[in-house]
Write a protein that binds this ligand. Structure first.
Ligand code: ARG
Length: 456
């Protein structure tokens, strides 16, 4: 069939060229935005006297019916079409006749597609934000539950200082809060309307771009028509925000995978989020966490793909830009799926405090507190650090721990040591004394929980 754009050519193309050119497989998901945009466009054309009110009414009624028919399944989307924009216009013209051909007055598919993606992604940002909030709630609830559960805190994956599991979890709540912020920020910059930029240069018709922008819920309009049709920064920004959020989920996943191993056994994932092995009957695999970690790479790929596509494009629209959709839709779909499964996994995860405690008791994670003990009695920190280090070395040699070393061994190195040192290096004391804001004491963790809840 000849194309709607048949003109200087006869519009007859090879099937293989059509298939190659077509984007309807992936842009049909924007049908609602496309139709809403078109209804608003028709209303604007009438309000400006560019078409009659009767024509606008016919266009809007026809579009409304198409929307209803797509949603009810009466009108299947024709995958042979070039894209969703052509499909809607074609069905409209078949249904209401020549009036349908007036819809594309003072408009191009270039500003039309730019409008549709912005509207589509705006809704997606709202959904991703809601899913992110649900995850933050799940993380925060768990942090509250385990606010006083002692575990080793690590640097270089070496036991460093005692912390609480609640404190560790709240670190992720903070990352996710920043993700929310980035999404909101992206949405703000995305929310400008490109419709009315037309193909690239604007139009000779007396259109009202602000009428359309306001009706479609935009905060304003793109101020340069060339930029309006060729800007995909908002896709890049969104994918970058999503990539960052996936990076957070991936780091969290990595810890959950480690914690679920027999070497750590700090947590147990619920059976409903655990898989087995087809050969090894003993296996409880954290597949959900591994997949989230794996899919993070794929989302980075989406971001890189679009950045690379855009980098050499002259102004204004180029067909290369059709490649924006698969990348950005994939990133959006992936993060939504990951967030949903992650929230369920976290909400049902159980900590094993005995194992955390046991791991915290080895590894001299109270060595800093031992040095601080001497500092508080008047010794300069560097000297105290040295004494604490040599006591740790003795313990390692003698296969014991600081808590078990007799007082005379301490006093041999400094007369500042007294029997209250055992209280000072008790893990519970080490955690409880870290009262600095944002620190690991129970009070501080609960304050973090309150802070996050107040933001949500
Ligand atoms: N399917 C196209 C896209 O996604 C729509 C815009 C087509 N514009 C054009 N001049 N061929 O980018």
């Amino acid at each position: 069939m000849a194309k709607m754009w048949a003109g200087v050519t006869d519009g007859v193309t090879e099937k293989i060229a059509d298939d190659f050119n077509s984007s309807i497989r992936f842009d049909s998901r924007m049908y609602r935005q496309d139709i809403t945009g078109s209804m608003t466009h028709a209303a604007m054309l009438a309000a400006q006297g560019i078409i009659t009110n009767e024509d606008a009414d016919a266009l809007i009624a026809g579009l409304e019916q198409i929307l209803a028919d797509i949603e009810s399944g009466v009108l299947p989307i024709d995958m042979e079409c070039e894209d969703i924009h052509m499909f809607v216009e074609q069905v409209l013209t078949q249904r209401i006749g020549d009036v349908g051909k007036k819809l594309h007055t003072a408009r191009s598919r270039n500003d039309q597609v730019a409008l549709d993606i912005r509207m589509y992604l705006r809704d997606e940002i709202d959904e991703i934000s809601e899913l992110t909030r649900a995850l933050i709630r799940a993380v925060t609830d768990q942090a509250e539950r385990y606010a006083d559960t002692i575990m080793p805190g690590y640097t270089h994956l070496q036991r460093a200082q005692p912390i609480t599991f609640g404190h560790h979890l709240m670190a992720y709540a903070m990352m996710l809060l920043r993700d929310l912020d980035r999404l909101a920020d992206t949405r703000k910059r995305m929310n400008l309307s490109p419709i009315g930029c037309c193909a690239l240069a604007g139009t000779t018709y007396n259109t009202d771009r602000r009428f359309e922008a306001a009706r479609l819920g935009f905060d304003g309009i793109c101020m340069n028509s060339l930029d309006g049709v060729s800007d995909r920064d908002f896709c890049v920004e969104l994918m970058s925000a999503i990539a960052t959020e996936m990076m957070h989920l991936s780091r969290f996943s990595e810890e959950i995978i480690l914690w679920s191993s027999w070497e750590f056994k700090f947590v147990e994932l619920s059976d409903s989020y655990t898989t087995g092995s087809s050969i090894m009957p003993q296996k409880r695999n954290p597949d959900m966490a591994e997949l989230v970690r794996g899919k993070t790479g794929r989302v980075y790929g989406d971001l890189m793909a679009l950045l690379t596509t855009l980098k050499g494009l002259p102004l204004a629209y180029n067909k290369d830009m059709q490649e924006d959709k698969e990348a950005v839709f994939d990133a959006v779909d992936t993060v939504k799926m990951c967030l949903e499964v992650f929230t369920g996994m976290i909400a049902t995860m159980k900590a094993i405090p005995e194992n955390m405690k046991r791991a915290a008791q080895k590894g001299f994670i109270n060595a800093t507190d031992l040095a601080d003990y001497l500092v508080k009695k008047g010794m300069p920190f560097r000297s105290a650090y040295k004494i604490s280090g040599s006591l740790v070395a003795s313990c390692i040699r003698e296969n014991t721990v600081l808590e078990e070393l007799p007082l005379d061994r301490y006093q041999a190195l400094s007369e500042l040591f007294d029997s209250d040192l055992y209280e000072a290096i008790d893990l519970k004391t080490c955690v409880e004394k870290r009262i600095s804001e944002g620190g690991t004491s129970v009070a501080s963790v609960l304050a973090q929980v309150e802070y996050v809840k107040s933001i949500l």
